[in-house]
Design a protein around this ligand. Structure first.
Ligand code: HEC
Ligand code: HEC
Ligand code: HEC
Ligand code: HEC
Ligand code: HEC
Length: 385
């Protein structure tokens, strides 16, 4: 047990206590659309105050009795008071303050991720020390330039215009902002104190056809700032199961065809991670058949990863193995066979959907909010035979 703990201490040591971040309210003045989207994103709702699911798991977590909110390194890293206390080995619990409410993972935090250090327990974000130097990609690519605010004159000085931001330097040289690796400090993996990976986003953003940013932060209409005008900007609401879900469905393809006396449904997943990857999620594939004037449903097929120990389900902090799983793998096709002989004239509607929290896990966690345990649709398609 000593080794993982030692490693954790080392990890916290490498986080700078002196780091402070400009508040996201300040960015809102010149980037109002991005700020508005961000306010509806899971990166704004990642704290125990704003996410009832995270709060429910934290309430039962053994670290709570020890007053060590270690979740903060990923869920609320903008809270420098909390991060410093963790680093100093002191009691560190989240308070109901402005940072936990409005910007647990703030604008400046993300835009100052200089590089990702890989570690066994979880990765670490190394933060750029300069308070007003923000990384960005230029048109989705890395550029040699660093842009400081300046005036450019043309027509022999007759007309002048400004370039850059009057508030901050923009650094276009950081490749992780172009290929999506900046997401992997928090999203790559997390091991419990027994060394078991309770969640993992297997993905290689540098090799994928599309990266995390292209699928989860698509271009949407509206200028990215009030000073420099653009037709589109990068969506900061982050498409996901909580927000802008319909956008994500484009990267999942469904197909249904008869084979002997079975119906074969193929799910093509273009993401470089499994679908419904978080162990709390439950995915479900439903099939409804209309034959003449009758309609009926086939038995649904579920997708899940159940964590546990000694072959039985357990809470994630005491899990040592995956006891049961049925998954939709990354970058490929998953076939599901239904024992159903299709007839000519049948209309078959296939629906892939999910529950934010697997109803069985919700009962154990005391989660009663029905919206978290009702079926939601990701994608639906009808096939006529
Ligand atoms: C006083 C206005 C102002 C404030 C405040 C401001 N910005 Fe900006 N920002 C700009 C302008 C103008 C640009 C565009 C510069 C250019 O491309 O010429 C910009 C560009 C950016 C870019 C790069 C966009 C790109 O791809 O070229 C990022 C990232 C960014 N800002 C982040 C932030 C963050 C984070 C904050 C708050 C901590 C913030 N900004 C606060 C004015 C501002
Ligand atoms: C290494 C970074 C990291 C650490 C440390 C971490 N998490 Fe998370 N957590 C994440 C990420 C990233 C997600 C989003 C993953 C997803 O949705 O698939 C997440 C999602 C969750 C969710 C699902 C939330 C929802 O809305 O359904 C719960 C619950 C959760 N974490 C609990 C915790 C608890 C409790 C701790 C501390 C004991 C913790 N996490 C520590 C990165 C982390
Ligand atoms: C989870 C990390 C994350 C958070 C939080 C975040 N950003 Fe970004 N931001 C990105 C990434 C990734 C890009 C896309 C790559 C790029 O252009 O730099 C981006 C792009 C931008 C751009 C360039 C937009 C464009 O259309 O070209 C601006 C400006 C910006 N962000 C400002 C902000 C502001 C303001 C906030 C807070 C309201 C914020 N960001 C919060 C990761 C983040
Ligand atoms: C500082 C850590 C951190 C970074 C960096 C980060 N995330 Fe997250 N992200 C989280 C956490 C924590 C959650 C889960 C919040 C919750 O459910 O409570 C999350 C949730 C999400 C979700 C789920 C949204 C939904 O609606 O269900 C998506 C998608 C996501 N992140 C994508 C990204 C992408 C893409 C990047 C890189 C541009 C990124 N994240 C960078 C910590 C991070
Ligand atoms: C080809 C598009 C695509 C790419 C690339 C992609 N994703 Fe996804 N992602 C999806 C789809 C579709 C879903 C919705 C189904 C699901 O939850 O698995 C999703 C779901 C998620 C969720 C879970 C939302 C939730 O609430 O459980 C997180 C977190 C996430 N992606 C992060 C990432 C990260 C980090 C990367 C980069 C390594 C990435 N994604 C790359 C398409 C993509």
């Amino acid at each position: 047990m000593i080794r993982p703990m030692l490693l954790l201490n080392l990890l916290f040591f490498s986080l700078s206590a002196a780091t402070t971040f400009v508040s996201s309210h300040v960015c809102a003045k010149c980037h109002p659309l991005i700020y508005q989207e961000y306010m509806g994103s899971m990166h704004r709702k990642s704290s125990t105050l704003n996410d009832p699911v995270h709060a429910a798991v934290w309430a039962k977590h053994p670290l709570k009795a020890k007053k060590r909110y270690q979740c903060g390194v990923c869920h609320t890293p903008s809270d420098t008071r909390l991060i410093s206390a963790l680093k100093a080995g002191k009691a560190a619990l989240p308070h109901a303050d402005a940072i936990q409410t409005n910007e647990p993972i703030g604008c400046a935090y993300c835009h100052r991720i200089q590089k990702i250090e890989e570690h066994k327990v979880h990765n670490i974000n190394v933060i750029e020390p300069e308070m007003r130097r923000y990384f960005a990609a230029k048109g989705g690519k890395t550029d040699e330039k660093t842009l400081k605010f300046h005036t450019v004159s043309s027509f022999f000085g007759l007309s002048k215009k400004t370039e850059g931001s009057p508030f901050h330097t923009i650094d276009y040289t950081n490749p992780i902002f172009a290929d999506g690796r900046l997401c992997m400090g928090c999203h790559s993996h997390k091991r419990n104190k027994l060394g078991f990976a309770v969640c993992e986003t297997k993905g290689n953003p540098t090799k994928a056809k599309k990266n995390c940013i292209q699928c989860h932060m698509p271009k949407v209409p509206g200028s990215f700032s009030t000073i420099t005008h653009t037709k589109t900007h990068t969506f900061h609401g982050f498409t996901g199961l909580h927000n802008a879900t319909e956008r994500l469905a484009q990267s999942v393809k469904l197909e249904a065809k008869p084979h002997d006396d079975r119906l074969i449904v193929t799910i093509e997943n273009q993401a470089d991670h499994r679908l419904f990857n978080h162990p709390l999620r439950l995915g479900r594939l439903k099939v409804e058949v209309t034959r003449g004037d009758k309609s009926f449903s086939l038995d649904p097929v579920d997708f899940y990863t159940v964590l546990g120990r000694d072959g039985k389900p357990s809470m994630p902090w005491s899990a040592t193995e995956i006891v049961k799983a049925h998954t939709i793998e990354a970058n490929g096709k998953t076939e599901v066979k239904f024992p159903f002989p299709v007839q000519k004239g049948d209309r078959v509607t296939v629906t892939l959907g999910y529950f934010i929290v697997n109803p069985k896990a919700a009962a154990k966690l005391g989660i009663t909010d029905k919206s978290l345990t009702t079926f939601k649709r990701l994608k639906s398609q009808t096939f006529a035979f």
